[in-house]
Design a protein around this ligand. Sequence first.
Ligand code: FNR
Length: 362
Amino acid sequence: MKGHAVAAPAALTLADYADLARRGMDAAVWDFLAGGAGEERTLAANLAAFGRVRLLPRVLTGAGRPVTMTRILGRDWAAPVGIAPLAYHTMADPEGETATARAAGRAGLPLIVSTFAGRTLEDVAAAAAGAPLWLQVYCFRDRDVTRRLVERAERAGFEALVLTADAPHLGRRLRDLRNGFRLPAGIGPANLEGAGFASPRDHSLMEFDPGLDWSAVAWLRSVSSLPVLVKGVLTAADACRAVEAGAAGVVVSNHGGRQLDGAVATLDALPEITAALAGACPVLLDGGVRRGVDVLAALALGADAVLLGRPVLDGLAVDGASGVARVLDILVGELTDAMSLSGLGSVADATPGLVRLATGTA
Ligand code: FNR
């Protein structure tokens, strides 16, 4: 599945890594990783929203070399970039999440481990070398399954829980339905017992709790001492509701366009949310972040940090832990360049005045 035959140094951008990954991968696996729900309108909208950003750099600010360091929930991140929860890193590389964790540790950036990780939480923690680890939580109908997972994560040193709120079940992903996608042999959840995982969507229809409500935040806080973030928020009303419910942060996300097709692009949803929250909790954003200027735009519009999804799996598929490290390095390097060329000395200097959103096709 790896594209080792192609020289990685030729890859200068995250798009280059996507291209290399696609060429080295089984087509149905690529469709599972890269695809979105329905007509993939939201998948495209996430990217298009960043494409509409025009920056208004300031000159002669005396900013010097920019500092990307960011503090989130009491922990220093080397840059305002984390790794989004992604199922089955083992599909991209046999080492899976342990390789990703090594790269995160090297970069000083956090990793959010999926409920559907392909490696055990304990192995991932051992590999992470100090990188902040958070556990992404899907709430199952059988709450005991979720509770056991959360307890294990806390024992293994994970520092926060991320409740995925936009998935009463997995979205209608047409590429997977057309391919009759099943998980490849040997790929499965390392932290869950049972069977029936081969079709992720069918499994979710059977096992996810479709009636989940805001009390899930309090429930998670009752079974763990870890802070709980809510992922999948797209409206100001839900962001405020999350804080009322006891959330320590929100992730503005449409699941990378894999859930409700037609949902708003995350960058478009962001300004109303950050305005409504007015600093009440950290705001993270994911969906379509592919370049350093995208990170900068999200920060300027009020995000505290972004999460990176598919490009991490691209890096992993191309060159294992080194590929992930390189993907993170490219993004943070581009961010540093963009900050410098915009006259910013620190991430706190990124304010709304930096961004003008172009209309139409401009
Ligand atoms: C995801 N995502 C996801 N989200 C989640 O909460 N739990 C999960 O297990 C997964 N698994 C998963 C697998 C794959 C292959 C993809 C592409 C995505 C969604 C993910 O956390 C994130 O919201 C998006 O991937 C961000 O968008 P980009 O960066 O991929 O455009």
